[in-house]
Design a protein around this ligand. Structure first.
Ligand code: PEP
Ligand code: MN
Length: 357
């Protein structure tokens, strides 16, 4: 990433006319210029910083300037030093607390989804997970209930008051899913499906963007930029383990990526110790490591009967194990001057209808 230059950031107190004045000035110096939206701010990339010297006094001062890394680098922490808060229904990710989202890998039956959701809600999760579209390595593996499973997630939300994320695998599915989901998950295998990223970005809904297991920290930021570029800043980056030479776990949780993202980007960071470790007994140590590295959220596989699971049962926690994890996470978070995000403080349980605002 070698581009030079600056990003000018204008918050909503700066008039659109003032920003348009800046665009005309930058273009008069021969550089085609586009303004990008980051939440309520506008960002102008400037490649030739000399043009700033000739800006007239009538142009409003930018709220902030940041080094330009590449393109508009809307992910850059310097654009939003306080960090981004992602609003998943009644749950906030990125407010300093540790948000735990839990549930089965795949939605299988109404009873399985409901009982698992009730258990994770009871033990303090602030969001639900469950895949209905399951991109699988083998064509013979369970591919998910697809549209038939969606209502089971909706019912689980109604019962618990917790929002849910679910994986979207096709750009054509985004609009229909957006009518019911609280947030999307983009899977590791789809992190560089650029048409999907653009479609999900346009939905404006929260997105958990999983890092591809062969992709770098920077490539993940670039994938996040596709979402931001569409004007969607509700993006959570998720480290879910990468493929290394080490075969002792399903994948290697790259804790360094968590720390690097926390330093480089304003986007909240999540870790998935279930898919990375691939075994129940690794979930707790990897969760603690991720929180120690600064993760804002964890994504945990929980199943009421892992031995019957149609997908990833061998990594799921049973509800009592999940309860133990939550207790130890609470003490670890306290030791770090943080706390577990609570459904009550988020207002999640205040909603029993499950309707989105
Ligand atoms: C999942 O969360 O169920 C999943 C398929 O994860 P990943 O895309 O990280 O493999
Ligand atoms: Mn899975």
């Amino acid at each position: 990433m070698t581009d030079q230059g600056l990003l000018l950031v204008f918050d909503q107190t700066v008039s659109r006319a003032g920003v348009d004045g800046w665009i005309r000035h930058l273009e008069s110096a021969g550089a085609p210029t586009q303004a990008y939206r980051l939440g309520s701010s506008l960002v102008l990339p400037v490649s030739d910083v000399d043009v700033l010297d000739t800006a007239g006094p009538d142009l409003p001062a930018p709220t902030r300037q940041a080094p330009r890394v590449v393109g508009a680098s809307l992910w850059s922490r310097e654009l939003r030093p306080a960090g981004t808060r992602v609003t998943l229904g009644p749950t906030t990710i990125g407010d300093g607390s540790v948000a735990v989202i839990a549930g089965p890998c795949a939605v299988e039956t109404p009873e399985q989804m409901m009982t698992t959701a009730a258990a994770v809600a009871e033990h303090g999760a602030v969001g639900l997970r469950g895949g209905v579209f399951k991109p699988r390595t083998w064509p013979y593996s369970f591919q998910g209930l697809k549209w038939d499973g969606l209502d089971m997630l909706v019912q689980a939300r109604e019962r618990t008051g917790l929002p849910f994320v679910t994986e979207v695998a096709e750009p054509e599915h985004v609009k229909r899913l957006a009518e019911v989901v609280d947030g999307f998950q983009i899977g590791a295998r789809n992190m560089q499906n650029f048409a999907l990223l653009s479609a999900v970005g346009q939905s404006g809904l929260p997105v958990v963007l999983k890092r591809g297991f062969g992709c770098t920290v920077e490539e993940t930021l670039a994938a996040g930029e596709y979402l931001l570029h569409e004007g969607n800043d509700q993006v959570v980056l998720c480290e879910r383990g990468i493929r290394t030479f080490e075969p002792s776990a399903r994948f290697t949780l790259d804790v360094t990526a968590v720390a690097v993202w926390k330093q480089r980007t304003h986007l909240p960071v999540m870790a998935d110790p279930s898919h990375s470790g691939g075994r129940p007994e690794l979930v707790e140590p990897l969760s603690l490591a991720a929180v120690g590295a600064g993760a804002d959220a964890l994504l945990i596989d929980v199943h009421v009967q892992p031995e019957l699971a149609l997908c990833d049962g061998n990594q799921a926690l049973r509800p009592p194990q999940f309860a133990g994890l939550m207790a130890r996470l609470a003490s670890a978070a306290a030791g770090l001057g943080r706390q577990l995000s609570r459904a009550d403080s988020n207002g999640a349980r205040a909603s029993t209808t499950g309707e989105r605002a």
